[in-house]
Design a protein around this ligand. Sequence first.
Ligand SMILES: *Cc1c(COP(=O)(O)O)cnc(C)c1O
Length: 372
Amino acid sequence: MSDLGPNFSSRPVLRINLKAIKANYKAIQSLVGKTTHVAAAVKADAYGLGAERVGRTLYGAGCRNFFVATAGEGKILRGSIGDNASIYVLNGPAPRDLTLYFGSNLKPVINSLVQARIWAEAASAAKHPPYSAIHIDTGINRLGFPMDELERLSKNKNLQEQLQFDLIMSHLACAPDKDNPANAAQLKAFRMAAAKLPLKPMSLTNTAGTYLGKPYHFQMVRPGIGLYGGISTTDPSQEKITPAVSLMAPVLQVKTLKAGESLGYNATFTATKDTKIAIVGAGYADGIPISASSNSDGYFGHATLQNKRAPILGRVSMDLTALDITHLKKTPRIGDWAEFLGGNLEEDAKSCQTLNYEMLTRLSSRARREYL
Ligand SMILES: *Cc1c(COP(=O)(O)O)cnc(C)c1O
């Protein structure tokens, strides 16, 4: 086609707005005030957005404390942000990862007595500074010291000295649900646990917890999803968070289904009237959930084309998705962009029966990253 410029590529593009990420960091910083540090959760490659670029952006916004899940993630981040920030590894030390901790100056989050011993012995044998964080389980029953182990640790001054905790943290289970009594119960449990091991900074909240109010902030908050434009609470002040991620899929072909014709694998959609469709170049291999497919209950996921919703028709396939464009004024041209996620991240997640978190972390490396 003659209107295809030389820059047309069938590869999808993941547009990541670093300015929005920076603005979201600042919005959370102004919410918590100057006396509380805003750390950043950049695990899972910064929720799929690229830990190196995102890490550097947050560092530039003033962030000096980062959380990753594994030591390998920590190594990549360290290479990008330099030496002047703490990188905590949430899943804790494991023997095979120790050289990564030493080589990239990572701090493990110690979640149990077993992890405490692994780290104390390894750091001492390597003559490595043993700085680490302690994570108390205050009710989520995921990782973290249970109360009986905390009791034992609190009596073992020697082990505490070997671990040099420079942060005490816990994690809320029900933070998006403001009225859930579990929040206050965990807050109280965290205070009581921290009294056994008095040290600062203390840190309790993720993004949603940060909107529960001042008593939850302590000296450090640890947002992730909010930095990336995800809304995780119904708190109206979260409206200040700016969307930061769009998956752009190029229109590859436009055609019209006649009434009675069906579309895609297993012919799950049959047109009841003449229907104009655009086939766009992104599918479940790019992170569009197959649950975004339309089914007999109606439309599920959708993209945005010409500022209008373009519902997904039929089954999302590996590399392609069909969009209903019958209602658009102009027929899209080949190479025009259909936008997934963006300002519709939460709505998309809901219609796909998943979370904004999963929508982001399932984004694959096939899309070219474009940082704005
Ligand atoms: C992922 C994570 C966070 C960040 O959570 P968001 O809900 O994305 O803000 C904070 N703390 C811990 C322990 C985490 O695992």
